[in-house]
Design a protein around this ligand. Structure first.
Ligand SMILES: *Cc1c(COP(=O)(O)O)cnc(C)c1O
Length: 386
């Protein structure tokens, strides 16, 4: 097993090697896959069982994710929502209160508003992403602050350092959904955030073929999450864990390329006469650009933009030949969707507008293709409508 306690390895070395299992029997170059659901119980170091999150492959991948998030420990889940729901419930009990930021991933929002009442857990959403609006809703029984930055779909940025110090003042645990940035672009622990949660379905998997989740935190916090997780049972099949380990060898290469492509596309879209607005934290025109530069290494692979009035978003997306009009995001292939008709369709038009989500808004998950081909595809899709 290759470990690096001092974290001296560079990012691509971490992605390729950290945590891997040495094949002592056959000397294969990659981690062997252990699919066993039954392990000998005596003469061994621990009682292994997939639902205890401690099979060899689960532990191997957890070490890689912990190294990337610069935490002591990590756990792999069967989905991003399994990771989010288990982590939230592990730190909240009847009578507790949680503060959540205004715009959140739809699944997280639904979990809170549809399920928390039955557990007797109180919750408040902030009015904006500004610190004072977090401060305003903190109560005596607040146990957790939950943030997501950059947010979906307008890529708004939350100040992690300010949130972390506010939380510490009140002895509140901070959690971040770090899916959009990924640890390649942002390591929240550096700013004092306690628990990092991921939909590994997105950038960690990166090929639109794995559903998984992950949590990274201190050993003590992971222990708290584990205590509940072993009972709720949201673990991931070892085969998929092993696939995810493979995907993550190219994690940095993929995301770096997506960052680069996204910045180029954002600049291009900003100059395009048929696009009325572009949202990308890497653009100086973005409302939180300065803050984004302070806490992000790069600005990620998601760009949102509004088509000029009169261009039908559905027609535009149907005309695309290379970019796929698809749900989800973060694959090596470029995809687009319009939140008003997909991820945010359940909100009323007024609620959407309040969040700044117009009908002409498109969320663009930029892949690793050649930028010139992506530009050409957008141009021909618009040309066909005009
Ligand atoms: C997709 C996503 C999730 C949910 O993850 P699943 O793997 O679909 O359960 C949570 N947060 C964000 C930001 C996401 O994009």
């Amino acid at each position: 097993m290759i470990m690096d306690k001092k974290n001296n390895f560079g990012i691509n070395t971490i992605c390729t090697h950290i945590g891997e299992i040495e094949d002592q029997q056959f000397k294969g170059a990659i981690s062997p896959l252990y699919m066993a659901t039954s392990y000998q119980f005596d003469q061994v170091d621990k009682k292994r069982y997939p639902r205890y999150f401690n099979t060899p492959n689960q532990e191997a991948l957890s070490r890689k994710i912990a190294a990337l998030e610069k935490t002591e420990a990590a756990m792999i889940f069967g989905s991003g929502m399994a990771a989010i729901s288990t982590t939230l419930l592990a730190f909240l009990k009847k009578g507790d209160h949680i503060v959540l930021q205004e715009t959140l991933y739809g699944g997280t929002y639904n979990f809170v508003v549809e399920e928390f009442d039955r557990f007797g857990i109180e919750y408040s959403f902030t009015e904006s992403l500004r610190l004072k609006d977090f401060e305003k809703v903190i109560q005596k029984n607040t146990k957790v602050i939950f943030i997501e930055t950059p947010s979906n779909p307008l890529l708004k940025i939350v100040d992690m350092k300010k949130i972390a110090s506010l939380a510490k003042k009140h002895q509140i645990i901070t959690m971040i959904d770090n899916t959009f940035a990924s640890p390649i672009n942002q390591t929240p622990v550096d700013f004092g955030i306690d628990i990092m949660i991921h939909s590994a379905t997105k950038y960690m998997g990166g090929h639109s073929d794995i559903l998984a989740g992950a949590v990274a935190a201190s050993k003590a916090h992971i222990r708290t999450i584990w205590n509940l997780a072993k009972n709720t049972g949201g673990s991931l099949s070892d085969f998929t864990v092993w696939m995810l380990e493979r995907s993550m060898k190219t994690f940095n290469l993929r995301v770096k390329r997506q960052n680069k492509n996204a910045l180029k596309m954002a600049r291009y879209l900003e100059k395009n006469n048929h696009i009325s607005k572009v949202y990308y934290p890497g653009l100086p025109s973005h409302e939180n650009h300065t803050l984004a530069k302070e806490q992000m290494e790069n600005f990620g692979g998601i760009v949102s933009f509004e088509l000029q009035e009169g261009i039908d978003t559905m027609k535009f997306q149907r005309n695309l030949q290379l970019i796929k009009p698809s749900m989800s995001l973060a694959g090596v292939e470029s995809t687009m969707l319009n939140p008003a008709q997909t991820s945010h369709a359940l909100l009323s038009p007024e609620e959407r507008l309040k969040q700044g989500i117009r009908d002409g808004l498109i969320r663009f998950s930029v892949g690793i293709e050649e930028v010139k081909d992506l530009k050409k595809d957008i141009e021909q899709a618009i040309d066909k409508i005009l």
